[in-house]
Write a protein that binds this ligand. Sequence first.
Ligand SMILES: O=C[C@H](O)COP(=O)(O)O
Length: 256
Amino acid sequence: MAAPVLVGVSLKMYFGHARALRWFDAVAERVREHPAVASGDVAVFVIPTFVQLLPAVAAFAGTRVRVGAQDVATADAGAYTGEVSAVELAEVGVGLAEIGHAERRRLFGETDDVVARKAAAALRNGLTPVLCVGEADRLGRDASIAAAVDQLRRDLDGAPAGPVIAAYEPVWAIGAAEPAPVSHTIAVTRALREALDAMPGREGSAVVYGGSAGPGLLAALDGAVDGLFLGRFAHDVDALVQVIDEAAALAAEAVA
Ligand SMILES: O=C[C@H](O)COP(=O)(O)O
């Protein structure tokens, strides 16, 4: 079977608790009946706040939707007030840990060294890192490739073997009106894919795009990425289902 087309959503801190629960139920109902999700051709993951994780795991039980955390501690246990370990996340059924998002790097001072230690913590505990990389400013194609690939290498330095989901998120395209231009995304994600392919122990990894992604983009990228990582444009469940339908069409093309 071909690798699934990935459709991930981070809810960041947009929703309160009640709204998040309603969104989980609405999404669970739609994906439960979706043949491409049920067959595994499209792999959906949802990354809510920490407080929303347990209800999310419960809401998506019986579906193939995986739940991820928006961050993870570098350590597995101990005196780390405010942190949540990969050990505990795995214990409660969380499957992925988002690491190194631009907002955490910018607002909370996360360095590549911290990101690498978080990636290591996720991998040694069986969580798939959703590792966010991308250039901070609008750069030319070659400079963007160099920035994203160097960041990927630094962020996986010393991390145990295991597949990762590299999310190419050019910082200038996050929270914007439009995603990065398709040709730019194709060039940088191709370079990230080549870099991952050259790393020992990273078989099964994927490269997705995030940054104002929404309906229409996956079709425009036409198989150049392994999927999308959505933010605001997945708040509307119909829009999310539209993206899942596009992912299903791509998955069907890939096997045809
Ligand atoms: O985690 C998701 C990305 O940062 C994209 O967010 P956005 O689509 O709202 O720009």
